[in-house]
Design a protein. Sequence first.
Length: 260
Amino acid sequence: MRATWLTDIHLNFLKPLALRAFYDRVRAEQPAVLLVTGDIGEADSVVRFVGELAAIAPVYFVLGNHDYYRSSIAAVRGAVQRLPMEMTWLPGCGPLKITPRTTILGVDGWGDARCGDLASKVQLSDWQLIDDFKRGDRNETLQRLGANEARKLREYLAAAPESEHLLVLTHVPPFPEACIYDDVQSEPAWLPWFTCIATGELLSEYARAHPQKRITVLCGHSHGVGTYSPLPNLEVRTGGWPAGVDDYGNPIVQATLELA
């Protein structure tokens, strides 16, 4: 099965002609399915963009932080959970066996303020543009969100049908070493907001308990390209752009995978 992977495409930055050109590039990959690891648009556009992508091929996707901008987490998740079958928000449906050897599942993930410089002065637009961060302690909110993602991931891993290959989609890198920007690991000031330690711990635990299973994680968020293998059977691929290449307004195809 040809599966084309997209991440951090931020389609709301594109004018109509550029958007059409990007869809043509995706269509040229001749995908059987699309795998999208978040930051598709913003709250008022993400459903429309997922629908337009689904006109190319069925979409399996998770949401990124930008997809919640100018709304709340609950409102956006409620909207995407009501989408038809060809637009599958993975956190809303659980694990799916999509080929004889591959099961796919996903969680959105959140930078869960559990690594790096926890006194970081880095300011994200999230704090002003996502309703959930406008009240309460930011770090406590992030740690709660990360723990919730890990609980959902644990549930889905336990329910996964038997298969040789487990394909996990998430937005936020689950290990600091997978948080890449400009071809190097992100600085400590960025890591609290760009790494989901809770999901990383759970993936490592699962990989150790299932040494014969091959686990591939696709993520994005940090806008840099990298591959990290914390265990022999666990590979994390972070999607993004090489150093010096424009990212916002320049959506690209990360890769087209052949899934057995």
